[in-house]
Design a protein around this ligand. Structure first.
Ligand code: KIV
Length: 261
C-alpha cells in the first residue's frame, strides 16, 4: 500500500511514523515498504560524497539521486531535500521546487527554514507542493552558526522553536522535522501541533523518527553522534566480505567451475 500524506497525518497520536534516508535505487528498493517515509537527504553530500558538510551539493545532484530513489521506491512516502541556496527567495524556491517535482516522482519536499522564510513556505504550499519544514539544528546553517549546536537549551530558544513550528503549521506545512532539539522542547512542540513531527536527535516524544541510513547501519563510521543507534555493523561486515573476495581471487579459488561458462 502506498503511504500517502493522509496516512502520515492520521498517524498523529495513533502510531509512530518510521523514516530513513536513501540516496539511490538499490537501497531505496531495500527500504521500500519497511518504513513509512524515505528521505533523499542532502546528508548524502557527506556520507556518500565525502564532503565536510551539506552546503555544496547542487540541485542537479539532488535531482539525480532523487530520480534514482524514485525508481526503487513504490510504497513508502518519498521526501526530497532542497539543497542549500536553492530556495533563498520565493521566486527561486518556486522555480527550483517545481523543477524537482517535475523531474522526479517525490511526494513532498523538505526545506530548512526559520520564520523569516514563512512566505516561501506559503508560496510553495499555494503552488500545490507538500512541504515539510526542518527546524532546530539545521545543517545548512552551520557556517553561520559555527558548527552543529543542539537547540532548545534556553527558554528563549525553546519559545523560538515552538513559535517557528506553529508558524509553519499555519503556513500549510504538512509536517515538521525536528533535528537536534532538547527532548522536552521537542515534546512540547509535538503536543502543540496538529501536524506530525519527525525527530532526529530530538528524543522519543516526536510523532516519528528518522535516521541517516549509513549511520544506522554502520557504514559511516568516522563519528557517531549520541542520538544514533547502530542496527548493523555495515563497514565491518562489508570489509570482511571484500577481504574474502580478494583472498579467493588471489588464491585462484574464485571463480570455480560452477561459476564459469
Ligand atoms: O539530509 C538529511 O539526511 C536530513 C536528516 C535530518 C535526516 O535532513
Amino acid at each position: 500500500m502506498k503511504i500517502t500524506l493522509d496516512v502520515l497525518q492520521k498517524r498523529k497520536n495513533t502510531q509512530k511514523i518510521t523514516a530513513i534516508t536513501a540516496y539511490d535505487a538499490l537501497f531505496g528498493r531495500i527500504f521500500d515498504g519497511e518504513v513509512d517515509v524515505i528521505l533523499v537527504g542532502d546528508s548524502l553530500n557527506m556520507s556518500f560524497g565525502g564532503n565536510a558538510d551539506t552546503t555544496n551539493i547542487s540541485l542537479e545532484a539532488m535531482i539525480y539521486h532523487t530520480q534514482a530513489v524514485c525508481r526503487g521506491v513504490k510504497s513508502s512516502f518519498i521526501i526530497a531535500d532542497m539543497p542549500f541556496g536553492s530556495y533563498a527567495y520565493t521566486k527561486q524556491a518556486l522555480k527550483n521546487a517545481i523543477k524537482m517535482i517535475k523531474a522526479t516522482h517525490i511526494d513532498a519536499i523538505k526545506i530548512e527554514v526559520k520564520p523569516d522564510k514563512i512566505d516561501i513556505v506559503k508560496a510553495l504550499v499555494d503552488e500545490g507542493i507538500a512541504i515539510m519544514a526542518h527546524i532546530g539544528l539545521m545543517p545548512q546553517f552551520i557556517k553561520a552558526e559555527g558548527g552543529y549546536k543542539i537547540k532548545g537549551k534556553t527558554a528563549t530558544q525553546a519559545d523560538f522553536l515552538l513559535d517557528s513550528a506553529l508558524a509553519f503549521e499555519k503556513a500549510g506545512a504538512f509536517g515538521i522535522l525536528l533535528e537536534g532539539i532538547q527532548a522536552d522542547v521537542a515534546k512540547t512542540i509535538t503536543q502543540s501541533l496538529e501536524i506530525p513531527t519527525i525527530g532526529i536527535g530530538s528524543g522519543r516524544h516526536c510523532d516519528g523518527q528518522i535516521l541517516v541510513w549509513s549511520d544506522a547501519f554502520g557504514f559511516f563510521t568516522q563519528f557517531k553522534p549520541k542520538f544514533v543507534r547502530r542496527y548493523f555493523e555495515g563497514e565491518a561486515l562489508l570489509k570482511q566480505a571484500v577481504r574474502q573476495y580478494a583472498k579467493d581471487v588471489t588464491e585462484s579459488t574464485f571463480p570455480n567451475e560452477n561459476e564459469s561458462y
